[in-house]
Design a protein around this ligand. Structure first.
Ligand code: NAD
Ligand code: UDP
Length: 331
């Protein structure tokens, strides 16, 4: 790893959907990037186009285990650490709940300690899931949430809450300069077709004329943010020199029901798929919409990509993805 003039960003979870877009953005901004990923849900395919870029390096590592020696011995010294490592889709994070929890707790602690040792600025990717099934609508950052601590989603929700706690404790004690972004449902190219989330499921089902799986009656709501908008928000948050007053929501406040989303995708794909009702997953939040006042005021950020535009490019990407070799052999 060169670690000369260009600043070095460590991106944990950089082979994943959001992480790979973040790697692209940081390289475009002139940084060197070291990506750390255990490839649990991430794919080398997402990074293939960076193989020949001498400013990019990949290390396969699990952040819930001790960090690679070159990092823990501070021989490699990042100036920015982005922690995006954690499976984000309910079926994937529930497959090994113990690992999900430890990724958020032990993994975040290791990376915070690395930030402390190197002086790197640290960003934790948190989630709207920390609000649980919210009683406050839309969700502002000062809402403490309504999370079931013992249900099947808890390994993720409570893990992320604990990761936030650790991050703010390091910040308060001035052990590291920290940022926390609360990401609301984000979609776009490089999502896995087998990810299990609603946007990827519905688009892939529609493209294959397969049954569209609607969990529950489809009246639950989400607010979907296009990946480019999300990455812009993360980049601005990490570029801010003044320490923010707390976590920052990044998401698109346009709220719609799952049924509305399905209707839009069916219309855009001209699909002949039928709708089938499946059981609503346990503790599935009824509604979710970010209040983005803080992001607007602090970062001058608001989303630019409308749902129709974002869905169009995501559908086009999945159409091409169907022909790619990894669809036959994951990861
Ligand atoms: P993703 O599953 O595509 O990416 C997660 C990445 O982390 C994968 O590459 C995976 O292999 C890696 N990973 C998981 N556990 C790891 C470990 N212990 N050590 C090293 N690498 C590990 O999901 P994503 O949508 O890109 O999400 C990225 C981050 O953003 C996650 O932390 C997630 O919680 C957060 N987030 C995403 C969304 C969203 O809508 N996409 C919403 C809220 C929060
Ligand atoms: N959902 C659905 N069909 C699917 C996948 C998900 O109806 O094939 C629903 C799910 O129950 C939830 C919403 O869509 O109410 C968003 O689910 P996703 O897993 O994308 O995100 P999250 O629940 O983590 O917000």
């Amino acid at each position: 790893m060169k670690n000369g003039k260009a600043k070095l960003a460590l991106v944990a979870g950089g082979a994943g959907f959001l992480g790979s877009h973040l790697c692209d953005r940081l390289l475009a901004e002139g940084m060197e990037v070291l990506c750390l990923d255990n490839l649990q849900t991430g794919r080398m395919e997402n990074l293939r186009h960076l193989e020949r870029d001498s400013r990019f390096n990949f290390v396969q590592a699990d952040i819930s285990e001790p960090l690679p020696a070159a990092l823990s011995a501070s021989r490699i010294r990042p100036t920015r650490i982005f922690n995006l490592a954690c499976a984000a889709s309910p079926p994937h994070y529930q497959a090994d709940p113990e690992h999900t929890m430890l990724t958020s707790v032990l993994g975040t602690r290791s990376l915070l300690r690395l930030a402390e040792a190197t002086g790197a600025r640290f960003l934790q990717a948190s989630t709207s899931e920390i609000y649980g099934d919210p009683e406050m609508h839309p969700q502002r950052e000062d809402y403490w949430g309504n999370v079931n601590p013992t249900g099947p989603r808890a390994c993720y929700d409570e893990g992320k809450r604990a990761a936030e706690t650790l991050t703010f404790d390091f910040g308060r004690a001035r052990r590291a300069e920290v940022r926390v972004v609360r990401i609301f449902n984000t979609y776009g190219p490089r999502m896995r077709a087998d990810d299990g989330r609603v946007v990827s499921n519905v688009i892939n089902q529609a493209l294959a004329d397969e049954d569209i799986t609607i969990y529950g009656d489809g009246s639950q709501t989400r607010s979907f943010c296009y990946v480019d908008d999300l990455i812009e928000g993360i980049f601005r948050l990490m570029s801010l020199d003044a320490t923010p007053p707390g976590a920052v929501n990044i998401g698109n406040p346009v709220e719609l029901t799952v049924s509305d989303l399905v209707e839009k995708v069916l219309a855009m794909t001209g699909s002949r798929s039928r709708l089938v009702r499946c059981p609503l997953p346990v503790d599935d939040p009824r509604r979710r919409r970010p209040d983005i006042t803080r992001a607007r005021e602090l970062l001058g950020w608001s989303p630019r990509v409308a749902l129709a535009e974002g869905l169009k490019s995501t559908i086009a990407w999945f159409e091409q993805d169907m022909a790619r070799p990894h669809r036959a052999a994951a990861p």
